[in-house]
Write a protein that binds this ligand. Structure first.
Ligand code: DX5
Ligand code: ZN
Length: 215
């Protein structure tokens, strides 16, 4: 089993973003997770286009953009133009998710769909043949440093089973509270990509921390 790691720069020292990204590259992380929050869909505001453009100029690492915003349709193309390689939006954020998926794909990038802890897996099923990645939130979106919600492990297992039984080409990403204790549980249940913020950026050695959550 080989899972991927996506380092969430929400937990980085933003004043030293260049050094922090270099650290991510040298740690062997596979992707950089970029959390966009608008203060409407979630109760927090993070960063957007100018920061993404700056990051893109500096690094070749895969930019995994997680939109926690209202009106993802309006902004999908611009995030693609600003450097995203994957754009994930929330199922709960738009009445017509299919339209958003099409807009993301038409912008030439991969499309991810995310579900909050309270949204059952079944709600994502109609879109699974249209997306590249399903993001199962393992905390309430909005803030880093929260604890992994154990009940989500069953949701991961359920998604994995459905995806394999139906031979779908969809990777499962998990986000929130991932550390050297919870990572194994999520990966065992079927998570392919583990997002980690606090755990990686607060580690003494990010490389060792990445190694510990790669199985
Ligand atoms: C939470 C964000 C996460 C966050 C994870 O809303 O989507 O990506 O950065 O942070 P940790 O790993 O610290 O829970
Ligand atoms: Zn995220």
């Amino acid at each position: 089993m080989k899972n991927y790691v996506s380092a969430s720069i929400l937990s980085a020292d933003l004043l030293n973003l260049k050094e922090e990204i270099k650290k991510v590259e040298e740690s062997g992380s596979d992707m950089l997770h970029f959390d966009v929050m608008d203060g409407i869909f979630v109760n927090n505001i993070s960063f957007g286009f100018p920061v993404l453009e700056a990051v893109k100029k500096y690094t070749d690492i895969c930019l995994d953009v997680h939109l926690m915003i209202a009106s993802p349709l309006k902004y999908a193309e611009r995030f693609a133009k600003s450097g995203a390689d994957i754009i994930t939006f929330h199922l709960e954020s738009d009445d017509d998710p299919e339209k958003v998926i099409t807009a993301i794909k038409n912008s030439g990038v991969k499309a991810g769909l995310s579900v909050k802890p309270g949204t059952p897996f079944e709600k994502a099923v109609p879109y699974l043949d249209k997306i590249d990645m399903l993001l199962i939130m393992t905390v309430e979106p909005g803030f880093g440093g929260q604890s992994y919600i154990t009940e989500m492990t069953d949701k991961i297992r359920q998604a994995k089973k459905y995806i394999s039984e139906n031979k779908l080409d969809v990777t499962i990403q998990v986000d929130g509270g991932i550390n050297d204790k919870t990572a194994a549980e999520a990966a065992d249940a079927g998570a392919d990509i583990l997002v980690a913020g606090n755990y990686l950026f607060k580690a003494e050695s990010m490389k060792d921390a990445v190694d510990k959550i790669r199985f």
